[in-house]
Design a binder for this molecule. Structure first.
Ligand code: ZN
Length: 255
């Protein structure tokens, strides 16, 4: 398409260059100024968080998963919610509204959760501190205020513990997770978050099944194709390399 066409305002009007000459003589309101007087629009979103080292929880301790919520007792400022790993049909779930299919999966997976849990997932998934392909995430409001709809304020701290099965030993690896954020930043939130993370790690280490700190890395994120269906609980894992069922921790059988 010829460039001249783009510069026209409409049929019968002069090209922009001619119009800006016209402005000197006739001060026409249709003239294109040399420089645009722009109104600025901006939104700064700030999401941040911290995760602790992992604590190894004895394998075959079937009660280990059930024990996770108790690690938040005395630290949580409200309801403690357990969010289990997502099955294969939600393997693309992402809290990103401009990607409708990912966003729909995310909403279908999480619409019934509390506002605190949804906020925690948005913050912690956005900064890659939690991955529900393999994590069981137990969360609550840990500090700060919620608004009248129940959503945490930007300076509120949310989080709890996240656990996944060590693919080598089948032990449960549990770490503390805290996050915060939104349309603002407060200077003391980072320090407060670090203090709460210490309390969470202390609480995890105090578990009767704890074998102490471990250097095990989180599994690499592997969304998409899906692995095997757990013969014990029927969970269809989204994590194709899983050796232990992300949901119940039982050994997966491979065909
Ligand atoms: Zn299972």
């Amino acid at each position: 398409m010829p460039l001249e066409f783009l510069r026209r305002k409409g049929p019968g009007q002069a090209p922009a260059a001619a119009a800006s000459q016209a402005v000197q003589t006739s001060a026409s309101s249709h003239a294109l100024p040399e420089e645009v007087v722009a109104q600025e629009h901006q939104l700064r979103l700030n999401y941040a968080g911290k995760t602790s080292e992992g604590v190894r929880i004895k394998a075959a301790a079937g009660a280990a998963l059930d024990d996770l919520p108790s690690m938040l007792v005395g630290i949580a400022k409200g309801e403690i919610e357990v969010i289990e790993p997502l099955p294969i049909e939600y393997s693309q779930a992402t809290p990103t509204i401009v990607r409708p299919s990912e966003a729909m999966q995310w909403l279908n997976a999480h619409h019934m959760r509390s506002p605190v849990a949804r906020h925690a997932l948005v913050v912690l998934e956005s900064i890659d501190a939690v991955d529900l392909a393999f994590d069981t995430f137990v969360c609550a409001l840990l500090d700060g205020e919620i608004d009248t709809s129940g959503y945490p304020e930007y300076s509120a701290i949310v989080g709890g513990v996240a656990a996944h099965w060590d693919e080598v030993t089948g032990d449960l690896i549990v770490r503390g997770v805290v996050g915060w954020g939104g349309r603002g930043v407060r200077g003391d939130t980072d320090r407060l978050g670090a203090r709460i993370l210490t309390r969470l790690l202390t609480s995890i280490l105090a578990s009767q099944y704890s074998l102490g700190l471990t250097a095990v890395e989180r599994p690499a994120a592997a969304h998409g194709h899906g692995g095997v269906v757990c013969p014990h609980c029927g969970f269809a894992s989204a994590h194709e390399r899983a050796f232990y069922c992300p949901k119940c921790g039982m050994r997966l059988l491979r065909g």
